[in-house]
Design a protein around this ligand. Structure first.
Ligand code: SAH
Length: 252
C-alpha cells in the first residue's frame, strides 16, 4: 500500500510533514509532494490548494506520477445539517458536486457520462478512517486541544457522523444558500470545496479513497470569521491525530 494524503490548507498538514520519517519532497505542477514513512505506512502528503480543479489535479498526479494505491482527504467543512456541530467530524459515505448542473441534458447533480450523482467512498478504508477519528475524539482530543478553544467553540461532545458530503467551487457563507442546498439534498451533512472532485477522479481511476472533514463553521454569515481560528487551533490537531490513528490501524 502507498497512501496519498491530501489536504486543502497548509495548517491541516504541517504536523504530518514533521512526523514523517525519511521525508523527501518533489515539486511538480505548483505543488510539493512529500514522500516518506508515516507511522510505518508508505505515504505521500500534498496540499491540493482550494477548489475542485485543484483537488482533481492533485489526486490524478498522486496516482499517475507518485503511484499511490489509496487516497485519504483531510480537511474542514461547513455543516449541512443541524445535528452536525462545529468540532464534529464527518466521514463521507458518498460525495456529490453540488454545483454540477447540466440540465436539461442530464439530471441536476449528475456528472455527465458517468450516470452518477453520488460517488461512494471505499467502505473498508472509510470504516478505518471513521474508527481512527472516533478514537481521536474519545481519547486524544481533550489532551491536545486548548481548554480555551474547547470553551470558545463549544467542543464538549464532539462526534463522528457518516454520510453525504457535497462539494462545489464556492465558500458557503449564508444561511439562505446552505438552506437551499439542504432543500435539494435532504441527507446532506457537510459542504466543502474538494472532496467530490477527488471522489470522481478516484472512481474513474479505480483507486479506493476516503474523506474526513472536521466541521469548522455553520456555512452561514459567521462562517468566515470562525474559520481561520478554527483551522489553526483545532482542525490541524484533528487531522494529525486522526491520520496517526489511521496509520496505526493500517500498519497493524
Ligand atoms: N479564507 C480561506 C479560504 C478557505 S476556503 C483562505 O484564505 O485560506 C475554505 C476551505 O475550507 C476549502 O478548502 C473548503 O473545502 C473548506 N470549507 C470550510 N467551510 C466551508 C464552507 N462553509 N463552504 C465551503 N467550503 C468550506
Amino acid at each position: 500500500m502507498r497512501l496519498g494524503i491530501i489536504s486543502a490548507l497548509h495548517e491541516e498538514q504541517q504536523g504530518l510533514m514533521e512526523a514523517m520519517q525519511g521525508a523527501t519532497t518533489l515539486s511538480h505542477g505548483m505543488r510539493d509532494y512529500t514522500l516518506g514513512l508515516l507511522w510505518n505506512i508508505d505515504a505521500v502528503c500534498v496540499l491540493s490548494r482550494i477548489g475542485k480543479v485543484a483537488a482533481a489535479m492533485t489526486a490524478t498526479l498522486l496516482v499517475e506520477k507518485f503511484g499511490v494505491t489509496h487516497i485519504v482527504f483531510t480537511g474542514v467543512a461547513g455543516s449541512g445539517d443541524k445535528l452536525v456541530k462545529v468540532g464534529d467530524i464527518v466521514v463521507a459515505e458518498a460525495l456529490l458536486q453540488h454545483d454540477m448542473d447540466a440540465r436539461p441534458l442530464f439530471p441536476r447533480f449528475e456528472v455527465p457520462l458517468t450516470g452518477l450523482q453520488r460517488f461512494a467512498s471505499d467502505l473498508p478504508l472509510s470504516e478505518q478512517l471513521a474508527g481512527a477519528a472516533d478514537d481521536f475524539l474519545r481519547s486524544d482530543a481533550r489532551l491536545v486541544l486548548d481548554p480555551l478553544e474547547i470553551q470558545a467553540f463549544g467542543l464538549q461532545q464532539p462526534r463522528v457522523h457518516r454520510g453525504l458530503i457535497a462539494s462545489g467551487d464556492q465558500f458557503i457563507g449564508s444561511a439562505a444558500h446552505v438552506n437551499q442546498l439542504k432543500a435539494a439534498i435532504p441527507d446532506l451533512l457537510a459542504v466543502e470545496m474538494e472532496g467530490a472532485a477527488v471522489a470522481q477522479v478516484c472512481f474513474e481511476l479505480g483507486v479506493p479513497y476516503a474523506v474526513m472533514r472536521t466541521v469548522s463553521d455553520n456555512a452561514n454569515e459567521e462562517a468566515a470569521v470562525d474559520f481561520m481560528r478554527f483551522v489553526q487551533s483545532v482542525a490541524s490537531r484533528y487531522a494529525f491525530g486522526t491520520i496517526r490513528n489511521l496509520c496505526w490501524r493500517l500498519a497493524s
